[in-house]
Design a protein around this ligand. Structure first.
Ligand code: 5GP
Length: 192
């Protein structure tokens, strides 16, 4: 998505080893117009998948997930993150290790909001090593629902995430794909 790539080049800041900070339009302040365009783009790509629900992880996935759900005319559910194991009875849960934050979170979602046989589209802000996505897939499978696609705002294509998702047979669509984050410079994957 050209407009997103331009925004990343204008406002993205490379910090630490291979970490991109985009809190001026995605991770803290949200560019509402751009988010709505992302929702349209995801909805257009996944429109033939008979999506019943959009699932994301709090907090940065919520805005693009909501924009997508709105376009598709379905509900948006977000998994909550918890660091301790105080899980109640009526929930699905899975463990996710974050390399960025170096913590293990539990993803939790109420059994009331994911149902058997539903086609679920997952949306998240970043794809790196695929751990958050794997956690969402685990929640969906516990419910007996179908993980039919994954929409990612920014994919770090130099990490393993894409391969992990493809190996699970899940349709992956990323709006921006980063090939390299080196010496403060952002290079996108050249699409054919
Ligand atoms: P994964 O689970 O695929 O390894 O990492 C994805 C999650 O880690 C995303 O939900 C996002 O919150 C976080 N993340 C990974 N890489 C980055 C990054 O470069 N910048 C930011 N802001 N978040 C990241």
């Amino acid at each position: 998505m050209k407009e997103l790539e331009e925004k990343i080049l204008e406002e993205g800041i490379v910090i630490g080893p291979n970490i991109l900070k985009v809190d001026s339009f995605l991770n803290q302040q949200i560019d509402s117009e751009l988010i709505l365009k992302m929702g349209k783009e995801f909805a257009q790509y996944f429109k033939d998948k008979n999506i019943d629900k959009v699932l994301t992880v709090e907090s940065s996935g919520i805005a693009p997930a909501l924009a997508t759900a709105l376009e598709l005319g379905v509900k948006c559910v977000f998994a909550r993150k918890q660091q301790s194991l105080t899980t109640g009875e009526n929930v699905y849960h899975s463990s996710v290790y974050s390399f960025t934050k170096q913590v293990t979170n539990e993803l939790i979602v109420s059994k009331n909001f994911l149902k058997e046989d539903e086609n679920v589209l997952m949306i998240d802000d970043f794809l790196a090593n695929g751990q958050a996505a794997k956690g969402m897939v685990a929640l969906i499978r516990q419910a007996g629902a179908n993980p039919v696609g994954l929409g990612i705002v920014i994919e770090k294509s130099f990490s393993d995430g894409r391969e992990i998702i493809k190996d699970m047979g899940i349709d992956l669509y990323s709006l921006a794909r980063i090939a390299k984050l080196e010496d403060g410079e952002i290079t996108f994957v050249k699409e054919d």
